[in-house]
Design a protein around this ligand. Structure first.
Ligand code: IPM
Ligand code: MN
Length: 364
């Protein structure tokens, strides 16, 4: 089969981890006889520099013309000044909004061979396996009013955690659909004891649940969820939550997998169903790690397994996806590690070597 992909390497370690991911994609193409035509574009700090905006209209158009988007990372300390008029992150947020990618899936996988490299007791995290369904185009990130202004008594600022019932319904449905493919248990995470947007979230979730009588629904407050993730992660299976809660909880949860460099991310415009094709953007959950950039240090695995999610959810290539995931597991089992997941007795490798090792396993 032939597939067209937009590739946006972005900033910092982005180009390096994308290069390895493209290498793996090539290995898959060769083994299974698929062609991937790659169309490169700029996003983030590099786009601000070269095109004057974090996401140009041309790049956006190019992304829309392709089947899917593979993205590295955005962010550059040059724009850390809170007074900067533009931010690399604006490019990423615009892509999510403009492509209608409201559903963000972040699976938390505990690789047996990495358990000893985490900060957790093996008994606590062994066998933990859950997935976050994070709402991605609403809430505090996009709600209006959103501004900063001067008053006679000093400066003020506001962000709005705004949600419509339609926005809640469509993401909660994704949650139920994913739960149906897994252990048929959905936890909806909110702060309904305090926030109006969360009360609406909970009402709508209860209404949607009527269409999913086979799924057990539980409501969990976000603070309790933060605790549960490290106290008893095996309790969790499918979780659905709003944008900001999901952002924070997924960074926390990534530690169960040993590193943020292991957390994949798929942003979709619809419910992924087996065999059907859904436009998606695939990127690691981590940032551009500017201090590690250009040194062949970064862990490419989060991006590689995000690409595997693309094969599965957008391109319907289930076997190929599994091949990539198995190759990653095998390389980890053999003891190869990038700096962020190094443990005693492991063999330290750089970004490129990690990519080569995974590609070899696919070829073999
Ligand atoms: C993520 C990132 C982004 C977010 C940033 C880079 C805007 O942290 O994908 O989790 O907050 O969504
Ligand atoms: Mn984040």
């Amino acid at each position: 089969m032939e597939f067209k992909l937009a590739v946006l390497p972005g900033d910092g370690i982005g180009p390096e981890i994308i290069e390895e991911t493209v290498k793996i994609l090539g290995a898959i193409g060769e083994k299974y006889g698929h062609g991937f035509s790659l169309n490169y574009g700029l996003v983030g700090g590099i786009a601000i520099e070269e095109e004057g905006t974090a996401l140009s209209a041309d790049t956006l158009k190019m992304c829309k013309r392709n089947d899917d988007v593979l993205l590295g990372a955005v962010g550059d300390p040059k724009y850390d000044d809170p007074k900067a008029p533009v931010h690399p992150e604006d490019g990423l947020l615009a892509l999510r909004k403009e492509l209608g990618l409201f559903a963000n899936l972040r699976p938390v996988t505990v690789y047996p061979s990495l358990i000893d490299n985490t900060n957790f007791k093996p008994d606590v995290i062994k066998g933990a396996d859950f997935i976050f369904v994070r709402e991605l185009t609403g809430g505090l990130y996009f709600g209006k009013p959103k501004r900063q202004w001067k008053t006679s008594r000093g400066r003020r600022a506001v962000d709005s955690m705004a949600y419509s019932e339609q926005e809640i319904e469509r993401i909660v449905r994704v949650g139920f659909e994913i739960a149906r493919m897994r252990r048929k248990k959905l936890i909806s995470v909110d702060k309904a004891n305090v926030l109006q947007s969360s009360r609406l979230w909970r009402q709508v979730t209860i209404e949607v649940a009527k269409d999913y009588p086979d799924i057990e629904l539980e409501h969990m407050l976000v603070d309790a969820c933060a605790m549960r993730i490290i106290q008893n992660p095996r309790y969790l299976d499918t979780l659905v939550t709003e944008n900001t809660f999901g952002d924070i909880l997924t960074d926390e949860a990534s530690m169960l997998g040993g590193s943020l460099g292991m957390l994949a991310s798929a942003s979709l415009a619809g419910v992924p169903k087996d065999g059907s094709r859904t436009l998606g953007m695939y990127e690691p959950s981590h940032g551009s790690a500017p201090r590690r950039a250009g040194q062949d240090l970064a862990n490419p695995i989060a991006t590689i397994i995000s690409m595997a999610m693309m094969l599965r959810y957008s391109l319907g290539l289930t076997e190929e996806a599994k091949k990539v995931e198995d190759a990653v597991s095998k390389v980890l089992e053999e003891g190869y590690r990038t700096y962020d997941i190094m443990g005693e007795g492991n063999i330290k490798v750089g970004t490129r070597k990690m990519g080569d090792l995974i590609a070899e396993k696919i070829g073999s």
